[in-house]
Design a protein around this ligand. Sequence first.
Ligand code: SF4
Ligand code: SF4
Length: 288
Amino acid sequence: MIIAVASGKGGTGKTTVAVNLALSMKDDCNVQFLDCDVEEPNAHIFLKPVIKEQNKGYIPVPEIDEAKCNFCGKCSKICVYNAIAVLPPQNFKKGTTLVFNNLCHGCGACSNLCPQNAIKEVHKEIGIIEKGDSDNIDFIHGRLNVGEAMALPLIRKIKKNISLEKIAIIDAPPGTSCPVVASVKDSDYTILVTEPTPFGLNDLILAAGLVKKLKIPFGVVINRSDIGNREVEEYCQKENIPVLMKIPFSKDIAISYSKGIPVIETFPKYIVHFQEIFNKIKDFTSNV
Ligand code: SF4
Ligand code: SF4
């Protein structure tokens, strides 16, 4: 089973929920934890895995052989990301075909299309994938290189490690952009973490719209549930969205978080609450 944990905005407690869910289940199930928040992975701070394997992540980017290129412009036309510009020869000036590696998504369309066979694909390193163990949990995360914009290939590479015999918990990036879609896609259930504020509600509505479009069943965890207003709960009630758990604000939880200590270590009573979330999800998915 694949459970993704996402949130329409950062700072809601998404990683807290993902990490504590994994830790609460690890004694009863085989758990995998996949941190797909590759721009800012932080689950390792709480899970403290022993890293056993590191692999670099690459994308194929085009390299032009201008001796073969006739500047036909086909590669530039096919590239929907505007990553190639062809400047044909004119006024006795030599032509050139430029590749903007930072815009290239490595789709391979240009090299497949080039009639002159003038495009060779070369590997560009975009980040690193690390695998390890954290007290009975298989841990995998990716770190995107600083300044690198291509999170998707790294996220896809992380997700290739999902074992369907295990319970895979995915910590998705915040927001509702392509990396979030890539992270939550194909999950059996998505937990949306929010807070009871106008911003929390606004971003929850966006995130709920996304998972509905992907046809993924989902429920909501309201963090710092006693601060703010009731609009998130009213929205969930109106839309028939299950509220899986409410976590009241606690200074002790905030202090533990700042020290990299999971909630369930400070408050063991939460273990049973996180186990209940998993049981609800299991019941729901087995009845679909
Ligand atoms: S498609 Fe090939 S030949 Fe045409 S401009 Fe691009 S690299 Fe040059
Ligand atoms: S590989 Fe795809 S994204 Fe990259 S330059 Fe070629 S067509 Fe554009």
